[in-house]
Design a protein. Structure first.
Length: 559
């Protein structure tokens, strides 16, 4: 048994921030626990190689989660094992067992130091001012845009901007993409014939078309492990445990006192004098609470778990960005493709270029160009996001597509569909049951159809309109055909939130200081506390949440 002041469960985007900020006080001891291994793979630190981490058949650095079959997705035929059938002569033969079900979504999450910030596309996006003012309007005092902007700036070390919206001296390095791809320039040229240009999606006005900034430093991925954890590693008051699974939180009189872990298969209790801080993300934090006896009583009892504190919102309110991709085959040396002869021939030179200069294709996040656009001018904020990628991305990169080309995503920024995440059993090694209920609200489909048309309007404009070899062409004038394509091919773009939401209503899990309602000595600090989904990528907002939480924790534990 070991004792610390703070025990942080989850060494991802939020956990690494807390480990650094809390261990700044040499009078407290901090333990950071991560289920996955250390982040010592070159595939993590070389930007473009993240695609191979996400689609690895035997992933080491991600949880390869899948959703339950999604009712609004199209049906697929699944082959599972074989069956023995008798023939007319009395013999037997084997045939594949097949059945029809709705398509499942793929939900990879980071499982290493840095969490998803070690395996994501590195895009630095905060969301829209409206999002945080909306949080405050729901009763979350202290979380308006003006309240959170100082924490975005505290985290940020921006190489390109220093002004009211940006800081250049924070630990999270933010940089321009170090790959000047001609197809991204063509995307911007086509898009700005219809919409405005912007050089900063995180400035005064998010709306427009431009290039993304990335969390990189000198052409290398700059995860929260690199930005926050590495500078703090040598502190004697910080202990980092990897490849350690947390089974549950141990409560005494509704106060968190310890966590029960499995270290190399051996149970161990790690006790805390001050607080347990859950940083497991939208899937890890609510399921850990459920295994610990916190959640809906009837559900917990159905899993043979004693309910120590009934809190019905645990695992509810799951929201995620649904996304559709169109891929265009283009025979060009400037585009990427694992099945492309031209890219295979170019790759050795690009590897050498990257080693010598940290520029070129291997420094790319692949999704280099972007846009935040409105499908209606009546909206307060953009409701769709585009990612323009310099490779054909099919089924999260898991589908091997011959040749090379580019692809473009259209993402629904504020879906109205809401789902759940729940434990499958009390076994901490079992995957959770994830049900985003994608497209269950009809408005989501209506906006996706409009968003598809916006995307294709850009792709069908000079100079991009010369590239018309679409892998899965859809009649842009046929809404039913577009809907069918969305049901067949859309999926997450990796931004789940909301399952331990902040608020004061009956389904809220944490208060505005991120303390779990009705319990002591425990907080949730990660994307699961977001009451609603922000209009953009969620890594930077998660880092902001952890920066703000660190100040709250320090101040409250002085008392």
């Amino acid at each position: 048994m070991r004792d610390f002041d703070y025990v942080i469960v989850g060494g991802g985007s939020a956990g690494c921030v807390l480990a650094n900020r809390l261990s700044e006080d040499e009078n407290v001891s901090v333990c950071l626990i991560e289920t996955g291994p250390k982040d010592n793979s070159e595939a993590i630190h070389t930007p473009a190689l993240f695609a191979f981490i996400l689609n690895d058949e035997n992933p080491k650095y991600v949880y390869p989660y899948e959703t339950v079959p999604q009712k609004e997705f199209s049906s697929v035929t699944v082959t599972e094992g074989t069956a023995n059938l008798a023939d007319s002569a009395g013999g037997t033969y084997q045939v594949p067992q097949e059945y029809q079900t709705n398509r499942r979504g793929y939900q990879p999450r980071g499982k290493t130091l840095g969490g998803s910030s070690s395996v994501n596309a590195m895009l630095y996006i905060r969301g829209h001012k409206w999002d945080y003012d909306h949080w405050a309007s729901l009763g979350n005092d202290g979380w308006s845009y003006d309240d959170v902007l100082p924490y975005f700036k505290k985290a940020e070390g921006n190489e390109q901007f220093k002004n009211y919206f940006h800081n250049d001296s924070g630990p999270l390095n933010v940089a321009k993409i170090r790959n000047n791809n001609p197809f991204v320039s063509m995307f911007i040229e086509a898009g700005t014939q219809h919409y405005r240009y912007t050089d900063d999606f995180n400035g005064e006005d998010q709306e427009g078309i431009g290039r993304y900034q990335v969390t990189q430093k000198n052409g290398r991925r700059w995860s929260t492990a690199a930005a926050y954890l590495n500078p703090a590693r040598a502190r004697p008051n910080l202990t980092i445990l990897t490849e350690t699974t947390v089974d549950k939180v141990i409560f005494e009189n509704k106060t968190a006192k310890a966590v029960k872990c499995l270290i190399n298969g051996v149970p161990e209790e790690i006790r805390c004098a001050k607080e347990v801080l859950l940083c497991g993300g939208a899937y890890g934090s609510p399921t850990l609470l459920q295994r610990s006896g916190v959640g809906n009583r009837a559900f917990l009892e159905s899993k043979e778990i004693e309910c120590i504190h009934e809190l019905n919102g645990v695992g509810e309110n799951l929201q995620d960005h649904i996304d559709y991709i169109t891929s265009h085959r283009v025979d060009s040396w400037s585009l990427m493709g694992s099945q492309s002869l031209k890219f295979i021939l170019r790759a050795p030179f690009e590897v050498l270029r990257y080693i010598l200069t940290r520029t070129g294709m291997f420094s790319s996040p692949i999704a280099e160009g972007g846009a935040f656009l409105k499908t209606s001018e009546d909206l307060d904020a953009p409701d769709i996001q585009l990612h323009f990628a310099i490779g054909m991305i099919e089924d999260h990169g898991r589908k091997k597509t011959p040749g090379n080309g580019f692809s473009c995503h259209v993402c629904l920024l504020r879906p109205k569909s809401v789902g759940t995440v729940r434990i499958a059993s009390k076994d901490p090694l079992k995957d959770p049951e994830i049900d985003p209920q994608f497209l269950s609200n009809r408005e989501d489909m209506s906006t996706m159809i409009k968003g598809y048309k916006v995307m294709m309007k850009i792709l069908n404009t000079e100079p991009l309109n010369q590239f018309s070899n679409v892998l899965d062409p859809v009649n842009i004038n046929d809404d039913k055909a577009i809907e069918s394509a969305i049901r067949a091919r859309s999926d997450t773009i990796y931004h789940p939130i909301g399952t331990c939401k902040m608020g004061n209503d009956d389904m809220a899990v944490v208060d505005t200081n991120l303390r779990v309602h009705g319990l002591s000595g425990i907080r949730v600090v990660d994307a699961s506390i977001m009451p609603t989904l922000v209009g953009g990528n969620t890594n930077a907002p998660t880092i902001m949440i952890a920066e703000k939480a660190a100040d709250i924790i320090k101040e409250q534990n002085k008392l």
